[in-house]
Design a protein around this ligand. Sequence first.
Ligand SMILES: NC(=O)C1=CN([C@@H]2O[C@H](COP(=O)(O)OP(=O)(O)OC[C@H]3O[C@@H](n4cnc5c(N)ncnc54)[C@H](O)[C@@H]3O)[C@@H](O)[C@H]2O)[C@@H](O)CC1
Ligand SMILES: Nc1ncnc2c1ncn2[C@@H]1O[C@H](COP(=O)(O)OP(=O)(O)O)[C@@H](O)[C@H]1O
Ligand SMILES: [K+]
Length: 504
Amino acid sequence: MRAAYGVETVRTAERELMARLPEGALMQRAAAGLAAVCAGLLGRVYGSRVVLLVGSGDNGGDALYAGARLARRGAGVSAVLLDAGRVHAGGLAALRAAGGRVAGDALGVLARAELVVDGITGIGGRGGLRDAAVPLARAARDSGAVVVAVDLPSGVEADSGEVRGECVRADATVTFGTYKPGLLIDPAREYVGAVRLVELGLDLGTAEADVEALQHADVAALLPVPGAESDKYRRGVVGVVAGSERYPGAAVLAVAGALRGGAGAVRYVGHGADAVIARFPEALVHAGPPSKAGRVQAWVVGPGLGEDADGALEDVLASDVPVLVDADGLRPLAPERVRGRDAPTLLTPHAGEAAALLGVSREEVEAGRLVAVRELAALYGATVLLKGSTTLVAPPGGAGFAVRRPVRVNPTGTPWLATAGSGDVLSGLAGALLAAGLGAMDAGSVAAYLHGLAGRLAAGGQGGDGVLGGAPVGAHDVADAVPGAWRGVVGRWRAAPGTPFGTA
Ligand SMILES: NC(=O)C1=CN([C@@H]2O[C@H](COP(=O)(O)OP(=O)(O)OC[C@H]3O[C@@H](n4cnc5c(N)ncnc54)[C@H](O)[C@@H]3O)[C@@H](O)[C@H]2O)[C@@H](O)CC1
Ligand SMILES: Nc1ncnc2c1ncn2[C@@H]1O[C@H](COP(=O)(O)OP(=O)(O)O)[C@@H](O)[C@H]1O
Ligand SMILES: [K+]
């Protein structure tokens, strides 16, 4: 699990560590790590042209000490000081002693730079860049130089991933001690580039992370694997209430997600039965209502239901099993109805649906995704999965949930997933995991992880985010790629107990 901590937690841990170390030791650790990454990116340090953008705080200090290390290795290092009257004195002295200099013509040196170190603001920055810094950030971007952000790209909000104005766009970010939420969540994540963590030795042992991201090993440990005693009921039966005469395809895609997500059986209820059976003869179809369809271990309700979602929604919410509500099921959803349930509820809105539920604009949700998902989880007392780039999953909040548990951010995915119906596949997938017995947080975040990987696999290409060289996909391609994503996560073929070596 990759954990990210908010600014207050980081500052407390830094203070505790600094009290035990000689003065300045922590900044030297940070600067050494930063210089090493810069040297790696430059390839040849000797003779290279490096420009430091130096703000008035310790972030600028890191940049200056790292610049001094590069200057000692023969780089030509120029520092652009945002405020010559307020600069880290020790850092500036170290740079000068190593042969670095303060630039007179900021835009001139930036135009010739091979590498720019962004030390304008780190965790002390508030709001977008101030006016004086804006032309420098633009010049850095336009120079064609590699831009390395110190701790965070200056101008992003460390705690939330918001970008409230102009901001440095980095090719790489060297962050210190721990990840910060803003490095993992859009829109800020777009500005971060590749992230390298330099360990400082912070003790975050008892602190609660603000945000966490699953990794392959976490997902592999959570994926349900059938054993010798498994039967279709123990693996989990998912009920899917989706599709309508107008949108039968949503039914097919949600059922596809559920089957690929490992459901032992899928009970489908709705107007898309013919389409479902034509594509998936293994599905069990019922005319409804859902409560008469037979026992299920979890319900998925909403994709493509159209206008007449209310009756089926109420029927499903009255059940005593986990319920995932998506799409058209979200529209008529009253917070009290969800808060009154004993079994878990997982809501999966996209930004537009989340905005409608919160009574704000879509833009507001997209600009402040972390705040929005926490607010929804508090309003409904439910687990909420907010779709989009960097999908977030928040644990239930509000009254009765005193402990603030971390929000999960999905690290997989690709913008190629922004295609009609891919959310329906996600619903089915998460529903299957709920039916298999995963809690709502795990079901939502594991489903988002597999769905994102499946999107990348389906799109192909070489880019880490599946965009570079990838190609458009349809939602059914994403569903078909889920087994490949699953195998990729589990990593290796697991022999059934008692299987002789050499047989498969
Ligand atoms: N505290 C520690 O022990 C360590 C801190 N380190 C570095 O110190 C940084 C934090 O340093 P500070 O607390 O001094 O804060 P910063 O250096 O991040 O920023 C504070 C300064 O930036 C200015 N500023 C704030 N918002 C701005 C904006 N929107 N546009 C332009 N300027 C703005 C403020 O006037 C202030 O002078 C970390 O991000 C990290 O880089 C590292 O050296 C590791 C150790
Ligand atoms: N820019 C993006 N980057 C990554 N994933 C995205 C992006 N936009 C949308 N997605 C993903 O694509 C899926 C779209 O779901 P949704 O909006 O519900 O569409 P639909 O209702 O057509 O199925 C979600 O899983 C979402 O996280
Ligand atoms: K910075």
